[in-house]
Design a protein around this ligand. Structure first.
Ligand code: NAD
Ligand code: LYC
Length: 506
């Protein structure tokens, strides 16, 4: 396919996408499927970014979490299924019967079953006096989800789409308009008063938004708290890395291109318009539209001159801050370490005061319980991670850095012995990642997990869509509406692809 020729200067592509995270790849595949000439530039060796993988001694580890939303088969919110289908791809998935097994302070033990009513019964059995409030809160989440799940999910920056969707689903649209400025904590407090139950709701939010309920947008809570029972949590066979691999396969089949080890060092501007990119190796490519899947901090402070940062970006940086990064422990363990009936995902916290502190909450994923092929026979993967800030890992000598990693890993393993007795003795392989690792391999400023509100905001209202103040430049991924999460960045990719396609007249 030929690039659309508008200017006299040679234009190599219709669209260049910087980065092959799931946000970037969904944008690229959506556009390639519509006939655009697309190039994806990825600085690393494989695609996927936070949803990538690495292999060591017979284990295939997911870089990020293994709890995947968006692989349902019904409705419109199954965005990973739909993104793959758009380029003729499909992934076999394995359903997870329990989203999370919580191990919380004061013996609060609870499983979030895929079956909604079973989850509610388990929660109500612990808080019988709040039975009504529990139902009313989670039922409101369903109202949000049902609105979203009724409509085509595309760019909210495209007036003709908004008009169409409003005429097709007026009540669903008005429902969403009502929830857009709200946070989950305010709605929970309307129905629930038990402080311990409210702390539980905080943890329900924190474990994916890294913010308590008061700072977690209700739209996102509605998606997560309902889709886990609707489409469910489904693990891609062969590991999370399969999602990006298949999207790349589909991209190439649709005529798109991807280059690895291609680090973009600069977005090229002419008369204030983004017209191309320059790679670290000096090569330059030009395109009609540039999409950045790097974080907004990386895009506007490193790929563009920071002294020319648009006022809207400065305002965004005041509203949102970088969430912590993670200390990640990738463990290979003997199978007998896991008690029978162990669930795939766990959250461990011993003291409510520490939920948001560094190395407070522990997240655990054991993907081999769903797909045993990811580890050598008789072994499992235990991926455990906990919030950690870059500054705690800076200014260390190589030896001090190694020692700090060892100490932090030993502390985590010791805490995990509470749910997996014998873990330390059953270790077969161990690799520790720090915020420095995330910064280096994912190219994310300070290794951040993504933006979080720096103060209480009105739900999702402050989160920017895909267009930026710079003509021809778009952002996609978790620093755009609606934020972190694979299904969330897939939405951002659908929206970005849609907006760019309309702008290109495709
Ligand atoms: N369970 C889950 O839902 C789950 C699991 C894993 C990851 N995640 C989420 O995925 C989201 C991230 O997705 P995303 O699409 O925003 O981005 P991403 O950070 O995953 O991907 C960005 C990509 O851009 C590349 N890149 C950065 N700068 C570059 C440059 N200058 N030149 C070339 N390439 C460059 C990086 O190498 C990376 O591959 C996060 O929110 C994360 O939490 C969620
Ligand atoms: C027209 C008118 C009037 C109006 C209009 C309105 C409208 C239409 C609106 C619309 C809106 C929309 C579309 C929206 C959308 C949204 C979305 C899609 C959202 C999504 C979301 C998602 C999410 C948030 C997800 C997330 C997830 C996550 C983050 C996950 C994570 C996980 C992890 C980390 C795990 C951990 C744990 C353990 C391990 C335990």
């Amino acid at each position: 396919m030929n690039a659309i020729a508008i200017t006299k200067t040679k234009v190599d592509y219709d669209v260049i996408v910087i980065g092959s995270g799931i946000g970037g790849l969904v944008t690229a595949t959506q556009l390639a499927a519509k006939g655009a000439k697309v190039l994806v530039l990825e600085r690393y060796l494989i695609p996927g970014g936070s949803a990538g993988y690495f292999e060591r001694e017979g284990y295939r580890f997911d870089v990020g979490a293994s709890m995947i939303f968006g692989f349902g088969t019904e409705g419109t919110t199954n965005l990973l299924t739909r993104a793959l289908a758009a380029v003729g791809m499909k992934i076999e998935t394995i359903p997870d019967p329990v989203q999370i097994h919580y191990h919380l302070p004061d013996g609060l033990e609870l499983k979030v079953h895929r079956h909604y009513e079973k989850f509610l019964q388990e929660l109500i059995a612990i808080f019988p006096h709040e039975a009504k409030g529990i139902r009313r809160f989670y039922d409101q989440c369903w109202q949000v989800f049902n609105c979203l799940n009724a409509m085509d999910l595309l760019s909210l920056e495209e007036p003709r789409y908004l008009m169409r969707v409003f005429f097709q689903h007026p009540f669903a649209c008005l429902g969403l308009v009502k929830y857009l400025p709200q946070n989950a904590g305010d709605i929970a407090r309307r129905y629930i008063s038990d402080p311990r139950l409210l702390k539980f709701i905080d943890m329900e939010c924190y474990c994916w938004s890294v913010m308590p309920a008061s700072h977690t947008p209700m739209i996102n809570a509605g998606m997560v708290f309902s889709d886990r029972h609707y489409g469910g949590i489904n693990y891609p066979k062969g590991g999370v890395g399969q999602i990006a691999q298949k999207l790349v396969e589909g991209l190439e089949k649709a005529g798109g291109e991807i280059q690895y080890k291609a680090r973009v060092s600069k977005i090229l501007l002419e008369n204030g318009k983004a017209v191309g990119v320059k790679l670290a190796n000096g090569k330059e490519y030009r395109a009609h539209r540039i999409v950045s899947n790097a974080t907004r901090w990386d895009t506007f402070e490193k790929l563009l001159p920071p002294e020319q940062m648009p006022a809207s970006e400065k305002r965004w940086q005041q509203r949102y801050q970088k969430s912590p990064s993670f200390l990640s422990l990738h463990l290979g363990v003997k199978a007998e370490v896991l008690p029978p009936q162990t669930e795939c995902h766990h959250i461990v916290l011993e003291d409510w005061e520490k939920m948001e502190t560094a190395e407070g909450t522990i997240f655990v994923s054991i993907p081999t319980l769903l797909d045993p092929s990811l580890a050598p026979e008789g072994h499992h993967i235990i991926h455990t991670f906990t919030p950690s800030w870059l500054e705690d890992w800076q200014g260390l000598s190589p030896q001090e850095y190694e020692e700090k990693k060892e100490t932090a890993a030993a502390k985590l393993i010791h805490r995990l012995e509470a749910i997996f007795p014998g873990l330390a003795a059953g270790l077969d392989y161990q690799e520790v990642g720090t915020p420095r690792t995330h910064r280096r391999f994912l190219g994310r400023d300070d290794g951040t997990y993504g933006p979080v509100p720096s103060r209480k905001l009105a739900g999702l209202l402050g989160m920017p869509f895909n267009r930026t103040a710079i003509d021809g430049l778009y952002c996609v991924g978790d620093s755009t509406f609606p934020g972190q999460g694979l299904n969330a960045v897939a939405f951002s990719g659908f929206a970005c692809g849609h907006r760019v396609a309309v702008d290109l007249g495709l």
